[in-house]
Write a protein that binds this ligand. Structure first.
Ligand SMILES: *Cc1c(COP(=O)(O)O)cnc(C)c1O
Length: 412
């Protein structure tokens, strides 16, 4: 029997509990959507003032040099690199995730020009697949996207005819974690290029891109890195491909000498080649705070706590909500799980709306999935206990059947 007191006790023993103090969180709400939009670091306001008033407002154009704006993508990229097992000079923070997928997928295809197959996961977050479909169209419909499901299905789809394997490490809906090492090994044994999307794993669990010999990776910074709404994404390009694998958005920032203003394009032979143009400096600068926090935290302790939180959530659902037909779709084995718990329920949308009103912020993914992100930097064991208690209350009283919870909003 898990009690609220036992959860409070676990919080007292939690070695990384201090990180919660670095975030601004609502007093009464329990925040379980950190896998969609990370919480605001308390230092964000001071940083915004510094960048907007001191830098933009006072130093103006001098800021490109004196405040490091011109190299900010690389500076923050080097910090982020330490959290994903990449080296300095292999990561830049720039543009949106979808745009970066376009860049690296195109670059990967140029490394394998005679092959025409791209292996992806059909149930992946749509932007990855939509972007790949757009690229295939642009390239004259000569490529075929092979959609696989399940880890075994993916492994079976990889053979000597495949050009690129482009996968998301943690599934956005179920929270299932793919085996990056095994899949990348098979990919490269078959002579294909590996592209990994780290949107739901970066900052949430230990990743070792170079130990897995990954070719390219991308991911967003507004989820577990707490970079702020719409903060720029990141791109990893392994050193061995820099200057050789060319991405097609050949803006001046990716040129060998941007300020030479030459007529013709010459690609930079380093990570700068993954940039395109002028960065959204305010947003980029804000992302540094959250990324710094992630770089300071011990990722192995974060992982341990994250798994403890999801175990606790799953156990409490069994203990408190067994009568209400929730089906946990997140894998039960710890090593197969990211940092969230997802459940399906036929009234999923209404239940999530009723939960939000009751002060538990989770989200809903069509057609029937309730998602609860468990960010170990700021979520407590007692929060998980209280969230499940509020869920039980909603189910027992059938609160979710009230008409107000049936109104579909634009963002679910
Ligand atoms: C969150 C997420 C994205 C987001 O893409 P944007 O370009 O930032 O809108 C893309 N792919 C996956 C797998 C995600 O989880």
């Amino acid at each position: 029997m898990i009690t609220r007191e036992s959860c409070i006790e676990r919080d007292k023993q939690d070695e990384i509990a201090c990180f919660r103090d670095e975030f601004s969180l609502p007093e009464h709400d329990i925040y379980m959507s950190g896998n969609s939009l990370g919480a605001m670091p308390k230092k964000a306001m001071a940083k915004a003032e510094q960048v907007i008033l001191d830098q933009w407002g006072t130093s103006l154009i001098k800021s490109w040099n004196i405040h490091g704006w011109f190299t900010l993508s690389q500076t923050i990229g080097d910090t982020l690199a330490t959290t994903i097992g990449a080296d300095a000079g292999e990561v830049v923070v720039t543009d949106a995730t979808g745009i970066n997928i376009f860049k690296v997928l195109a670059a990967a295809l140029t490394l394998n020009p005679t092959r025409k197959k791209i292996v992806m996961e059909g149930s992946n977050f749509p932007t990855d697949n939509y972007t790949a479909q757009g690229l295939v169209k642009l390239l004259g419909d000569k490529h075929e996207i092979v959609f696989a499901e399940t880890e075994q299905g993916i492994l079976d789809a990889i053979d000597d005819s495949v050009a690129v394997v482009c996968l998301t490490q943690v599934h956005y809906k179920s929270g299932r974690l793919l085996d990056m090492k095994t899949i990348t090994e098979k990919t490269q044994q078959c002579g294909a290029i590996s592209v990994w999307d780290l949107c739901h794993s970066g900052g949430a669990l230990p990743i070792d891109l170079n130990a897995c010999n990954v070719d390219f990776a991308i991911g967003c910074t507004y989820k577990y890195y707490n970079g702020g709404p719409g903060s720029p994404a990141f791109v990893f390009c392994a050193k061995r491909h820099q200057g050789k694998a060319l991405q097609p958005l050949t803006g001046w920032y990716s040129h060998q000498a941007p300020f030479a203003f030459e007529r013709d394009y010459r690609p930079a032979d380093n990570i700068n080649q993954m940039l395109s143009g002028t960065q959204a400096i305010v947003s980029l600068a804000m992302s540094e705070i959250g990324i710094d926090i992630s770089a300071r935290a011990d990722i192995y302790k974060l992982r341990e706590k994250s798994l403890n939180l999801s175990d606790l959530f799953i156990e409490l659902i069994a203990q408190e909500c067994a009568d209400f037909n929730f089906n946990v779709i997140t894998p039960k084995q710890r090593e197969r799980r990211g940092s969230q718990v997802a459940m399906s329920h036929e009234n999923g949308y209404e239940i999530v709306q009723a939960l939000i009103k009751a002060g538990v912020m989770g989200d809903f993914r069509a057609p029937d999935t309730l998602r609860f992100g468990l960010t170990p930097l700021y979520l407590r064991y007692v929060d998980v206990y209280d969230a499940v208690a509020r869920l039980k209350n909603i189910m027992q009283n059938e609160t979710y059947k009230q008409a107000e919870f049936n109104q579909r909003q634009a963002v679910t």
